[in-house]
Design a protein around this ligand. Structure first.
Ligand SMILES: NC(=O)C1=CN([C@@H]2O[C@H](COP(=O)(O)OP(=O)(O)OC[C@H]3O[C@@H](n4cnc5c(N)ncnc54)[C@H](O)[C@@H]3O)[C@@H](O)[C@H]2O)C=CC1
Ligand SMILES: O=C(O)[C@@H]1CCC=N1
Length: 266
């Protein structure tokens, strides 16, 4: 699948949009197609035009919003005249209707990436109400080089998808850190504990993806009857401790996405 024809403008290019752009470039996107517009004039990858203000008398085919949801009200009026064929937004929470009302465009596509897109192993959920195959193909062509790229047909589910996959890497990083710290608590050196925690999560994740059984069953396969894993699982499972913690974690993240959507609507 080839990249869609540009020009592609990225307004805001920090941690997330920057990771997407670097992956696109490493997968063959022509940097001459790309313009990055940031407040600070971030150093853009080689060959990419980097500006601190919008070019005059030009319009992009694809306009991607990579700033924070809270900035929509301030930045959108400066973009309202561009009328791109596709408006791409990675803003958490902010709904298609809100985006369309702020920035006229041929079509609006919401993308919800996560940081592992930097190595092509991310998740980039997609939503659009457009049925235009050109629009949907362009969105997929941008999302696929980043990793898994599922369409979410119900926009109402997008905040939950964001909580799980968009925020998810942070929760997994916390888990890895906690696993390592627990090892340090048992007397391992911090370096060895981190090495073991990272390799264990890496191997377990890769194995679970290719396994013939779901993760819940795989956990039981690690637990030899009467052995040490069962003792540990009993702690995680007591009164559904881990399940409840994760449910509270995702609920809080989803709620915040809804709050940001509501603020953008006003
Ligand atoms: N960090 C993550 O893992 C994810 C972030 N997102 C979304 O990505 C967006 C950006 O988040 P981060 O990259 O984490 O934040 P960030 O703070 O790293 O990046 C924000 C970018 O916006 C730019 N910016 C600020 N004011 C501007 C202005 N007036 N005009 C143009 N550019 C301006 C900054 O220079 C910077 O490049 C948010 O909407 C967030 O919801 C979505 C999924 C995952
Ligand atoms: O923290 C945030 O709001 C964004 C959305 C998903 C990941 N980061």
């Amino acid at each position: 699948m080839t990249f869609p024809v540009g020009p592609i403008w990225l307004v805001g290019c920090g941690n997330m949009a920057g990771a997407m752009l670097r992956r696109w470039l490493s997968e063959g996107l022509d940097p001459a197609q790309v313009t990055v517009i940031t407040r600070s004039g971030t150093r853009a990858p080689e060959g990419v035009r980097s500006l601190t203000a919008l070019p005059v008398d030009e319009t992009p085919a694809i306009l991607m919003l990579g700033f924070k949801p809270q900035q929509l009200g301030d930045i959108a009026p400066t973009l309202a005249h561009l009328n791109p064929a596709i408006l791409l937004s990675i803003l958490a929470g902010v709904e298609e209707q809100t985006l369309a009302s702020h920035i006229p465009a041929g079509a609006v596509v919401r993308m919800m990436p996560n940081l592992p897109v930097a190595i092509g192993q991310g998740v980039t959920a997609l939503y659009t109400r457009s049925t235009d195959a050109v629009v949907r193909d362009a969105a997929e062509a941008l999302a696929r080089p980043l990793g898994l790229a599922p369409w979410v047909e119900d926009e109402g589910r997008f905040d939950a998808v964001t909580a799980l996959a968009g925020c998810g890497p942070a929760f997994v990083f916390r888990f890895i850190d906690a696993l390592a710290q627990a090892g340090v608590g048992l007397g391992l050196s911090p370096e060895l504990a981190q090495q073991l925690a990272l390799a264990t999560v890496d191997g377990a994740g890769a194995m679970a993806i290719g396994a013939d059984a779901p993760p819940a069953v795989l956990a039981d396969r690690v637990a030899s009857p009467g052995g040490s894993t069962r003792e540990g699982l009993n702690v995680l499972d007591a009164e559904d401790a881990l399940k409840r913690l994760m449910a509270e974690t995702l609920t809080a993240a989803e709620r915040r996405n809804r709050e940001m959507a509501a603020a953008a609507r006003r």
